[in-house]
Ligand binder design. Sequence first.
Ligand code: GLA
Length: 387
Amino acid sequence: MSAPADRVATEFAEEFGGKPDGSWWAPGRVNLIGEHTDYNDGFVLPLALEYGVAAAARVAEEPVLRVRSVQQGETVELPLDAIAPGAVDGWSAYVAGVGWALREAGHDVPGLDVVVDGDVPAGAGLSSSAALECVVAVAWNDLAGTALSLDDLAGVARRAENDVVGAPTGGMDQMASLHGRAGNLVFLDMRSLEVEHVPFDPPSAGLALLVVDTHAPHAHVDGEYAERRRSCTRAAELLGVPALRDVPLDGLDEALGQLTGDDGELLQRRVRHIVTEDARVLEVVDMLRSGDDPRRIGPVLTASHASMRDDFEITVPEVDTAVAAALDAGAYGARMTGGGFGGCVLALVDTDAVDAVAGAIEAAYAAEGYRAPSAFVVTASDGARRL
Ligand code: GLA
């Protein structure tokens, strides 16, 4: 059992007395490629992490949610009827929002006593929030006997985040946390919600997927994210397509030519990122499916980074520095991962070059006077489950 799973069981007895009805786990995720494509009905290719959130839960006698966060050292109590958009804030909104979304979907869920604890670095763009939503969703689903599918649970978790927390995110993170599979990427078509597990085992090719938490401060993240979303919606409207996913790569120049006016140049760059990023996801999936040497995906990862930096404008200097240093030190490819404006960088490196690449990034940070980053190797892990 992981450390968070041990801690929630112990803390449950202290907080609520007696034993929980069960324990559950949901992982964070890192996205190999496909950034900001999810809310454009496009393609993404995340993997579930070995880091995540554990929950110990028991059905309550009253229709009340009592949730304790070990990390926050705080317990919050809310009658289920009092949970609504705008009525809850802070960390407990991610948990309460799940109960609200289940009820909104017509499920008569009982009150819950629950303790949560996690080991996903918070604020690093590794979806600690989706892990929290998803672990509560699977626990409540099991205890209420609602028997929802993984896709439905992802929808519930996403509604919690969009409507109760108030973050206008796409649906990739929740799908990745629920559908993760050890040794596989989760290839998602975010329009049809079709899921394909694509085998990805860097160690068998002498490779490692190195993740570097840049610790770059996330200033204005929410506002910038919402602004990118609005630009994409506006561009799709101007182009007369349901979503930017519908602009084909071979029709890109023609589409860009239709975006004129004051914000035309800006919208052109946003559209170019989304359309080429969807194509890059498909290219990587094709390479991996056909059993190519995974090193060959490196340049595609790096091209994704350039597109996020120059066209979508969601990187920051710390992130660009980490990517450049990783490539200089011999990484096959490197890119920012996640929503942007800080967070993490990933790099595909030879196993025996992990320390050299991590060291090169650290040295580049020291030279720039940035706060030291943290680097760790990740492996594709299983999705949410009862322990
Ligand atoms: C955040 C959001 C996701 C997705 C990514 C960018 O992680 O939660 O829905 O949009 O940013 O790819």
